[in-house]
Design a protein around this ligand. Structure first.
Ligand SMILES: Nc1ncnc2c1ncn2[C@@H]1O[C@H](COP(=O)(O)OP(=O)(O)OP(=O)(O)O)[C@@H](O)[C@H]1O
Ligand SMILES: [Mg+2]
Length: 306
């Protein structure tokens, strides 16, 4: 299994001058494989945000080594890091940080505009697909202030998915919304993780997030420890079925348009890249089709089930 994250003895010391130092990370080692859903808990000030920032290339360690999706990002400069973040990382924060003047649709389009890989038409189609994926097709023209907290957070998730990041990092994504909405967000993350194999690392005080994740870590005083899994979040079967069916349908639409775009651009892309991307999309498409079939027939027979 390939690792998306590899940290080796990462130390982060903040120098506050006059000999005062804060040791935010004190030798963190961590490996996260593709498709994992990891939650990180720990007291305030223990170094969780610092760790996320370092994994996401927003901050540099004092020492240690950081390999993300096969690239050693430790020596990268500001410009290269910006590019790395754009291509590899999706961020979801507590305070949404959507652009207030832009609509939901435009907010999701933004990272794709920056990466400059798709035409404007393709970008818009994909943004619509992503908003469908998070169940917001009826809110596309709304600005952030015209959306509820949970809706804003779902826009942030759609935006985080936009450039097909290797990993999505969340800092208290349910910290600023009510409990019921928070649970919807957690379910969305869990579903995206399990259907798209999207890797997530979520820092949280919310025990429900920890329960939904497959692996829980605990940060104390700049040190990271693995904690044994406790109880796991269970979603009522009919609810889970329906939510996943919707997700599969949206994902199917998205994959189909991705394949179409890829075919249209065949001439511009080198053959190896084309074949790799094509077969990756194809495999996912077939997997989703199969799952959708299972879920649809299981949904139909729901009443007969124990
Ligand atoms: N830019 C900075 N300059 C100096 N010290 C900092 C800086 N950023 C963080 N720290 C310190 O590093 C330590 C870890 O901070 P961090 O933000 O990672 O904690 P946290 O676990 O995310 O806490 P919380 O749960 O409150 O968000 C804290 O003691 C904090 O005061
Ligand atoms: Mg924090």
């Amino acid at each position: 299994m390939s690792n998306i994250v590899e940290l080796y003895n990462v130390i982060k010391t903040y120098n506050l001058g006059e000999g005062i130092k804060v040791e935010a990370l004190r030798g963190v080692n961590l490996k996260i494989a593709r498709g994992e859903f990891v939650s990180i808990q720990g007291p305030s000030g223990s170094g969780k945000t610092t760790l996320l920032n370092i994994i996401g290339g927003l901050d540099k360690p004092t020492s240690g080594k950081i390999i993300i999706d096969g690239t050693d990002i430790t020596p990268l400069g500001e410009k290269e890091l910006a590019r790395f973040r754009r291509e590899k990382i999706g961020f979801i924060f507590q305070f949404f940080n959507l652009v207030p003047l832009l609509t939901a649709l435009e907010n999701v389009e933004l990272p794709m505009l920056f990466s400059g890989k798709l035409s404007n038409k393709e970008i818009q189609e994909r943004a619509i697909d992503l908003l469908k994926l998070v169940g917001l097709e009826k809110r596309m023209q709304h600005k952030p202030t015209q959306l509820s907290g949970g809706e804003q957070q779902r826009v942030a998730i759609a935006r985080a998915l936009a450039n097909e990041p290797a990993i999505i990092l969340g800092d208290e994504p349910t910290g600023n919304i009510d409990r019921a909405t928070g649970l919807r967000i957690i379910r969305l993350i869990k579903n995206l993780n399990e259907t798209l194999d999207q890797t997530f690392v979520i820092v949280t005080h919310d025990l429900a997030v920890a329960k939904a994740s497959k692996r829980t870590l605990f940060m104390t005083d700049g040190k990271l420890e693995e904690t044994p899994p406790k109880t796991v979040l269970t979603i009522p079967a009919p609810v889970l079925m329906e939510e996943r069916r919707q997700l599969f349908l949206a994902e199917l639409g998205w994959l189909k348009s991705s394949l179409l775009i890829l075919k249209e651009r065949r001439e511009e892309i080198d053959p190896d890249t084309f074949h790799n991307a094509f077969s990756a999309y194809k495999t996912r498409l077939e997997k989703i089709r199969k799952l959708l079939k299972e879920y649809s027939s299981a949904g139909g027979e729901k009443n007969n089930e124990a």
